[in-house]
Each structure stands twice: as C-alpha cells, then as structure tokens.
Ligand binder design. Structure first.
Ligand code: NDP
Length: 295
C-alpha cells in the first residue's frame, strides 16, 4: 500500500522517544513522524523532552530550526543546540519538514500557548501517554490525575484545537488516537496487570468512548476519528510495563501469534487510518494485538 501525504500537514504527540544514536527502542510516535515525513507530509512533532526533538531533527536530516519562541513567554530565543533547559517552547513556522514543539501536554495552559496558534493541521495522531504503575489499593490522586491529564485530557484538548481549525477551513481530516488492547481486556492471572491497568488501562478505556463521541460529533464535518489498540510493543514504555521477571514470556505465550507487536505494525495501522484507504472508517479501532483478544 503506497501512501502519499504530500501537501498535508500532520501533528503527532509523544514524538520523542527512541534516539537512534543511543540505539534506544523506537517509540511509536517518533516512528510515525518519520513515516509521515517520508510519505511527503509536513509534520509538527510534539513531545516533552527537548533533547529528543533535537535528535529527531538530526535523524531526519533536516536543517534544524534556528529560532524558538518560549512559552510561557520568557523572552528566551535560543539556538537548537540540545542544551536548552526544559521549558515549553514552540518552533517558529519557517522550519522545513518537521516542526518540533516541546510542551508538557499534561499542562492545559502551556499546551494552549504552545499549540493554540499552530495553524492548519489535516492529520492528527494523539500518541503521547504515560504508563504510571501503582496497584489499585495504593493508587494516589496525583498519579491518577497525571495519568488522566496526559493520556485523556490532552487528547480532548489537542483534538479540539485541531478540529476547530479543520472546521473553520472547511477541510476534511483524520484523527488517530493511540490507545491499547488494555482498553478492552485485562491480563488474567498475571499480577503485573493491576499495576499497569489501573491507570494505563482505565485511561485507554476512556479513549475508546472519547474516540466514538468525537467521531459522532465531527463526522458531519468529514473528520474521521479512530484508534489503534496495540498489545505490548517493546519500546521504552513496553519494556517498563513488562519488566517483571517471567511476565513478558507468560504474556507472550497467551498471544495466538506467540509474539508482541512491532512498532512498524502499529505505525502501519496508524497510517492506514490517517489515509483515504480508510475513507469509510470512523469511530472504530484497529487491534494490533497478535490475536490476544481472540484468546
Ligand atoms: P514511549 O514512552 O516510547 O513514548 C511516549 C512518548 O510520549 C514520549 O516521547 C514521551 O516523552 C511522550 N510524552 C509522555 N508524556 C508526555 C507529556 N506530558 N507531554 C508531552 N509528551 C509526553 O511510548 P510508546 O511509543 O510505547 O507509546 C506510545 C503510545 O502507544 C502511548 O499512547 C502508549 O500508551 C501506547 N501503547 C504502548 C504500548 C507498549 O507496549 N509500548 C502498548 C499499547 C499502547 P517523554 O519520555 O519525554 O515524557
């Protein structure tokens, strides 16, 4: 399937992890940015850690952006050196190919400042998330709030900004929310389940209904909204949630295909949902689960 996103502008959240120089596991968001860029799209790459954006810019061999505007406005304009302090900032729009935006999406006001004036976006991938591990009985308000703010509230906020722009311009669009198979299913008999699923799973369950509700309301404007729901993918996050001794092996054996998903498998499904190849699909989710839900 050859995809061509030439002439379109995409925004991908959680675009940071997987620095190739460190041979770190590629994150789903970062790989999505690279795939969209390779298919001709201009991409706004949003993440929390500036150094990841610096390495991403190097990796896709583009001229790094020379000017940054900081939010909250502090008057700081610095070169893209990789040594900047972690403040929220947005790249000025003259940067070619990839526009890096560094912001904590769990902070509503900072997100509004960083992305409120982001301009036309045709394709949105809500991928940023945290997997904060706590058993139910020890769960704290702070961890619960952080999980929902990053994993759910930011999807609402960023999608609102992008969808308003699409509606005002009268153009169609496609939004993909990166959810998880834990939106639908627990890991019975595996003790790590509770620690991963209380926060991560409940936020992803919320994403299922948010996806449907957004699809309902935005459909008349020709804006499609779908999710992808992967099983474990061995990114930094995937390694963390499956780190307990014996857990990964036991869980993998429950998958009919006897494997987890690869980053590329998830990215291919995201690209399919973003593209016109899925023109009649909305409010839906693609399981990338190596058959787990059939087991
Ligand atoms: P990674 O940890 O590799 O990437 C997550 C990205 O999100 C990082 O770049 C991270 O930046 C960014 N991010 C996290 N919090 C914020 C924030 N507050 N503001 C801005 N950016 C933020 O994870 P994956 O690639 O594995 O996960 C991508 C998506 O896939 C997530 O939605 C995850 O829930 C989902 N998923 C992953 C699975 C897996 O096993 N890996 C399984 C099922 C679903 P930083 O590190 O700087 O905070």
């Amino acid at each position: 399937m050859k995809l061509n996103f030439k002439g379109l502008r995409a925004l991908v959240t959680g675009a940071g992890k997987g620095e190739w120089e460190r041979k770190a596991a590629e994150g789903i968001g970062r790989d999505t940015v690279k795939a969209l860029h390779a298919s001709g799209a201009k991409v706004v790459a949003v993440t929390r850690t500036n150094a990841d954006l610096v390495s991403l810019a190097k990796e896709v061999s583009i001229q790094p952006c020379l000017a940054w505007t900081c939010f909250p406005p502090s008057g700081i304009h610095q070169k893209l050196t990789g040594t900047m302090p972690q403040v929220t900032k947005i790249c000025l729009p003259q940067c070619p190919g990839i526009e890096p935006v560094c912001v904590d999406l769990g902070d509503w006001e900072a997100t509004e400042k960083a992305l409120g004036g982001i301009g036309p976006v045709d394709l949105l991938v809500n991928n940023a998330a945290v997997a904060l591990m706590q058993p139910f009985i020890e769960s704290t308000k702070e961890v619960f709030d952080r999980s929902f703010n990053v994993n759910v509230r930011s999807v609402l906020q960023v999608s609102q900004i992008v969808a308003k722009g699409m509606i005002n311009r009268g153009v169609p669009g496609s939004i993909v929310n990166v959810s998880s198979m834990v939106a639908y299913v627990t890991f019975p008999g595996l003790t790590t389940y509770s620690e991963c699923a209380i926060h991560c799973g409940s936020t992803k369950g919320a994403i299922t209904m948010l996806t449907k509700a957004m699809a309902m309301e935005l459909g008349p404007y020709k804006i499609r909204v779908n999710s992808v729901n992967p099983t474990v993918v061995l990114t930094d996050m995937g390694k963390k949630v499956s780190a307990k001794p014996g857990f990964a092996k036991k869980l993998m054996e429950r998958h009919p295909l006897r494997k987890f998903a690869e980053v590329e498998d998830v990215v291919n499904s995201i690209l399919f949902l973003l593209s016109d190849h899925s023109a009649s699909t909305s409010g839906s989710g693609i399981l990338v689960d190596a058959g787990y839900l059939a087991s």
